[in-house]
Design a protein around this ligand. Structure first.
Ligand SMILES: NC(=O)c1ccc[n+]([C@@H]2O[C@H](COP(=O)([O-])OP(=O)(O)OC[C@H]3O[C@@H](n4cnc5c(N)ncnc54)[C@H](OP(=O)(O)O)[C@@H]3O)[C@@H](O)[C@H]2O)c1
Length: 292
């Protein structure tokens, strides 16, 4: 793929807060740089190239975590973003569930800043709730990091409504996002962390100005292949791919943005092609009814 020939995408944005917008489509980085806590440097060149190309094509939001590749995914993001105007980017990273004690959060954030080669994290998330550590400790550390200007916004991931309410009570700052698994194939039944996404979590977030960041939007690639009848039909109707329909369905919903991962430049271009058009309301309903 020759980037010079590609027009920049017209990115679409939603309000994260009344004053700050976030791109509806960001780039995920899970599996770049290794597995859960295990580093793999074999594909560094391809992964850095994918992140840089995503930014060149107009993507501004990059999602990573200290968990991914034992910190190596953050290093790859740091390497990829260093030649871009930092202020135009929006970097999300996450603190591990075992690092949620006050001092551990501060140390984890410092390590992430170093790996990302940046002075601040735009959105810092509690990756997974940990009932063994009082959430007050974590939120107080988040408040400290925000006061010091090391993080711009605070958020959570894999939180139920009860956990979200409890976390919000322990911080002076607004929790602006809850990152949860949500896609055409993972609906109300949820995963090991939360369920009732459509009946509880998403409506609560929508009513309380908390952005839902949908992770695994392509169900780890399963939604990018033919074989789901309604998706195949709509792909034909719109002249789009199954992946583009699946992403468009998510970002057409109020207060939902998403972060598909790809290290493949053709897939990247395809995922970006989910922007710039919209599923008709009747087809949104059809997908709502006939998947999940
Ligand atoms: N907060 C959490 O607990 C949590 C949990 C899981 C994930 N996440 C975040 O959410 C991001 C997305 O989730 P995910 O990576 O698990 O799953 P995903 O985005 O649903 O799927 C990624 C997989 O789909 C493939 N893919 C992407 N675009 C494609 C296309 N157009 N055609 C064919 N295949 C395509 C990718 O392979 P190629 O690279 O080969 O394209 C990769 O194998 C993660 O990267 C991570 O940043 C957060």
């Amino acid at each position: 793929m020759n980037n010079a020939k590609l027009p920049q995408t017209k990115m679409e944005f939603k309000n994260l807060t009344p004053d700050v917008k976030i791109a509806v489509l960001g780039l995920g980085t899970w599996s770049m740089g290794g597995g859960i806590r295990s580093r793999n440097t074999a594909y560094d060149k391809e992964n850095i190239r994918a992140i840089k190309t995503a930014i060149e094509l107009g993507m501004t939001h990059i999602d990573t975590a200290e968990m991914y590749g034992g910190g190596h995914a953050e290093e790859l993001v740091g390497e990829a973003i260093k030649s871009f105007d930092r202020e135009k980017l929006f970097i999300t990273t996450k603190v591990l569930p075992e690092n949620l004690r006050y001092n551990d959060v501060i140390s984890a954030a410092q390590r992430s800043l170093q790996a990302l080669k940046t002075d601040y994290i735009d959105l810092y998330l509690v990756h997974i709730p940990n009932p063994a550590i009082p959430i007050e400790q974590t939120m107080q550390a988040f408040d400290f990091l925000k006061e010091k200007g090391l993080i711009r916004f605070i958020g959570v991931s894999n939180f139920t409504v009860v956990q979200l309410k409890e976390a919000q009570m322990c911080t002076r700052n607004k929790i602006v996002a809850n990152q949860i698994e949500y896609s055409l194939l993972v609906r109300n039944e949820g995963n090991e962390y939360i369920n009732n996404m459509e009946s509880e979590v998403i409506p609560y977030c929508q009513e309380n100005d908390t952005m839902v960041v949908a992770y695994r939007p392509l169900a780890r690639g399963r939604l990018s292949k033919p074989g789901i009848k309604v998706l195949d039909e709509l792909a034909r109707k719109y002249g789009k791919t199954q992946a583009q329909i699946a992403i468009n369905w998510l970002i057409s919903k109020d207060k939902i943005i998403t972060i598909p991962k790809t290290s493949n430049l053709e897939h990247l271009q395809e995922d970006i092609g989910a922007l710039g058009w919209q599923l008709e309301p009747e087809d949104m309903h059809k997908l709502d009814k006939e998947t999940g």
